[in-house]
Design a protein around this ligand. Structure first.
Ligand SMILES: Nc1ncnc2c1ncn2[C@@H]1O[C@H](COP(=O)(O)OP(=O)(O)OP(=O)(O)O)[C@@H](O)[C@H]1O
Ligand SMILES: [Mg+2]
Length: 461
C-alpha cells in the first residue's frame, strides 16, 4: 500500500493539538482518525486498524504507556510515535523500550513530525517485506503448500513426488512470472532426500557476470585483485543439497559451459583454480523465456538445454486453470489474516465472482498481492468488491461486435478460453492428418517444433 494513503490515528486529549495535527497530516495526504481518550484509541484501532499511531503520553483516562501496550497487542507491527510534554522525556524513553518507534516533544515541530512519520512508515513496510519473505521461505516448502485443484496442479504434485524420489535429476522449470517456479523449486528440495542439506537459490540476472561466476563456483586466493582468501561457491556450500538457478536464460555462455560440466561430470574449478573439485548437487533451473528461441539466436547453449530439460516442468498460467483462482484466494486470505492476527472473515460471493472472472496476468503472485491489499483495506469486515482493485472490481465491458465476414473465426459473445481453443485446434489438425506432425504443423501454420511444444503442453504426446 502506498504511504500517501496511510491511515494515522492521532490520540491526544487537547483539542487544539488534535486540530493542528489533523490539519498538517491531511495536508500531507494521510488519512486521519482522531481519538480523545485511551479507550477511544483502542476502540478505533480495533475497528479500523491504522498504519501508524501518534500517541500522547498523558491521557485523561490512562497512562500513554498502558495504551501503547494495548495497541501493540492488537497489531505488533503498527508503529507508535509518542508525544510527550517538555520535561517528561524519561517516560518517553520508557515507552521506546516497550516498543514505541520514536517520540516527539511538544510543541511538535512540523518538520520533525514529517520526518518521524516517514521513518516509521518506511521501517514498517520493510518489516512487512521481511516477514513476507520469511513466511514464503518457511511456508512454501511442502507439497501441502502447493495450492490448486486443477488437473495441472494435480499432475504437478505427482511430477514433484517422482522427481523428489529420484536423486539427482536436473529439473527445468518454465512458466510465466508469478506461476510458482520458486515455490516448486523449494518443494522439490524439501520433498527429497536432500532436504537436510542446504537449498541455495541464486538469480542469474541479479549479479554482474563476473560476480555470478565466483558466487557459484567460488574462487582461489589471488584469483583477482581483491580475492584475499579462498572462498567456497554455492555449489560447494550446497553439497548434498539443491541449487536453484533462477533466470537461467540470462547466464553467460562460458558459465553455461562450466555448469554443463558440473552437471555431467560433477566436477568444477573455482575461479583462478587449477584443481578439479567435486560437488554433489541437484540443479533446478528456471526461466520465463523461450530457451528454444535463445538457442536459435545463439545466446543459449543447445547441449546445456538438452541436459537441463531431461525433466522439464511447464507451470501453467492461471488463465489456463481458472478453477484454482478461488482456492488460492482463500488460501492467501487465511494466511494474511493469521499473519496480521485478524479474526477469520470470508470473501463475499460478489467479490468471489469478480476474482474468478479476472484473467490474472501476474498469475499467483497477483492473487497474493490483491488479497493482501484487500485484507488491509477491509479491516474486520468480510472482503467485498469495494476492497478489490478497479480492474477486477469493474472490468471493462467487452465490446463484442460481430466478427467481420472475412474473419477466419468468430468469438462467441460469452467469450472463449484461448488455451482450450488452441488445444482443440491442435487436436483437430492431428486428427485430420492421421497424426502426421509435419502436415498438422503445416495446417496450423507453425513449425513442427512449435507443434510438439503444444502437444506436450496439452498432454497429446
Ligand atoms: N500453487 C501455489 N500455491 C500456493 N502459493 C503459490 C502457488 N504458486 C505460486 N504461489 C505463490 O505465489 C507467489 C509467486 O510465486 P513464485 O515466486 O514462485 O513465482 P515465479 O514463477 O518464481 O515468478 P518469477 O518468474 O516472477 O520469479 C509466491 O508467494 C508463491 O509462494
Ligand atoms: Mg521466481
Amino acid at each position: 500500500m502506498k504511504d500517501e494513503a496511510a491511515r494515522i490515528l492521532v490520540v491526544d486529549d487537547e483539542r487544539l493539538i488534535r486540530w493542528s495535527l489533523d490539519q498538517q497530516l491531511q495536508r500531507e495526504g494521510y488519512g486521519v482518525r482522531l481519538a480523545e481518550t485511551g479507550a477511544e484509541a483502542v476502540q478505533a484501532a480495533r475497528t479500523e486498524p491504522p498504519d501508524l499511531v501518534l500517541l500522547d503520553m498523558r491521557l485523561p483516562d490512562a497512562d500513554g504507556v498502558e495504551i501503547l501496550e494495548r495497541l501493540r497487542a492488537l497489531d505488533p507491527e503498527c508503529p507508535v510515535i509518542m508525544i510527550t510534554a517538555h520535561g517528561a522525556v524519561g517516560s518517553a524513553v520508557r515507552a521506546m523500550k516497550l516498543g514505541a518507534q520514536d517520540y516527539l516533544v511538544k510543541p511538535v515541530d512540523p518538520d520533525e513530525l514529517r520526518l518521524a512519520i516517514r521513518k516509521a512508515l518506511d521501517a514498517r513496510s520493510l518489516r512487512r517485506q521481511v516477514t513476507r519473505l520469511q513466511a514464503d521461505a518457511a511456508q512454501g516448502s511442502t507439497l501441502d503448500d502447493l495450492i490448486g485443484v486443477s488437473r495441472a496442479v494435480e499432475n504437478l504434485r505427482a511430477t514433484i513426488r517422482q522427481i523428489a524420489g529420484s536423486d539427482a535429476t536436473t529439473v527445468l522449470l518454465q512458466g510465466e512470472s508469478g506461476t510458482g517456479k520458486d515455490l516448486v523449486a523449494r518443494v522439490i528440495h524439501f520433498a527429497s532426500a536432500r532436504a537436510p542439506a542446504p537449498f541455495q537459490a541464486v538469480s542469474c540476472v541479479a549479479l554482474p557476470e563476473h560476480l555470478l561466476e565466483s558466487e557459484l563456483f567460488g574462487y582461489e586466493k589471488g584469483a583477482f585483485t581483491d580475492a584475499r582468501g579462498q572462498k567456497k561457491g554455492l555449489f560447494e556450500q550446497a553439497d548434498g543439497g539443491t541449487v536453484y538457478l533462477d533466470e537461467i536464460g540470462d547466464m553467460r555462455p562460458d558459465l553455461q559451459a562450466k555448469l554443463l560440466r558440473l552437471i555431467e561430470e560433477k566436477t568444477f574449478r573455482r575461479v583462478g583454480g587449477v584443481r578439479d573439485l567435486r560437488a554433489n548437487v541437484r540443479i533446478v533451473a528456471a526461466t520465463n523465456r523461450d530457451l528454444a528461441a535463445s538457442i536459435a539466436d545463439g545466446t543459449f547453449r543447445q547441449d546445456l538445454y538438452y541436459r537441463l530439460k531431461v525433466f522439464p516442468i511447464a507451470l501453467p498460467s492461471l488463465r489456463e486453470r481458472p478453477e484454482d483462482i478461488l482456492p488460492l484466494a482463500r488460501h492467501f486470505l487465511r494466511r494474511f489474516l493469521r499473519e496480521m492476527r485478524r479474526e477469520p472473515v470470508e470473501i463475499s460471493p460478489d467479490a468471489e465472482a469478480r476474482l474468478a472472472a479476472y484473467t490474472w496476468p501476474g498469475n499467483v503472485r497477483e492473487v497474493r498481492n490483491v488479497i493482501e491489499r484487500a485484507v488491509i483495506l477491509a479491516g474486520a469486515l468480510p472482503l467485498g468488491v469495494e476492497h478489490l482493485p478497479a480492474e477486477i472490481a469493474d472490468p471493462p465491458a467487452l465490446p463484442i461486435r460481430d466478427a467481420p465476414p472475412s474473419a477466419p473465426v468468430a468469438i462467441p459473445a460469452r467469450g472463449v478460453r484461448l488455451g482450450e481453443v488452441e488445444r482443440e485446434l491442435v487436436q483437430q489438425a492431428l486428427t485430420a492428418t492421421n497424426g502426421n506432425q509435419v502436415r498438422a504443423a503445416r495446417l496450423l501454420g507453425i513449425s513442427r517444433d512449435a507443434l510438439r511444444t503444444r502437444m506436450k503442453k496439452f498432454g497429446l504426446l
